[in-house]
Design a protein around this ligand. Structure first.
Ligand SMILES: [Zn+2]
Length: 68
């Protein structure tokens, strides 16, 4: 499987540029994106900037990605 960081996925697929460093709650609201997402494999929640997204748009945490 092929994973991209959330920031890279958003830039390439949706043309949304995630700010560097700490992302404010306002940014998520303005871009209509969730601040917290759930790993589609283990179900744990994480902040969107630390999520990894596969080619189908499914969201994974870093520990699940490492086990692939
Ligand atoms: Zn996971």
């Amino acid at each position: 499987m092929y994973f991209r960081k959330a920031s890279q996925y958003l830039a390439e697929e949706l043309d949304i540029k995630m700010p560097e460093g700490e992302v404010s709650g306002t940014w998520f609201v303005e871009n209509n994106l969730p601040m917290v997402v759930r790993c589609s494999d283990c179900g744990s929640t994480m902040a969107l900037p630390s999520a990894l997204i596969d080619e189908d748009g499914d969201i994974f945490c870093s520990s699940c990605v490492e086990s692939y």
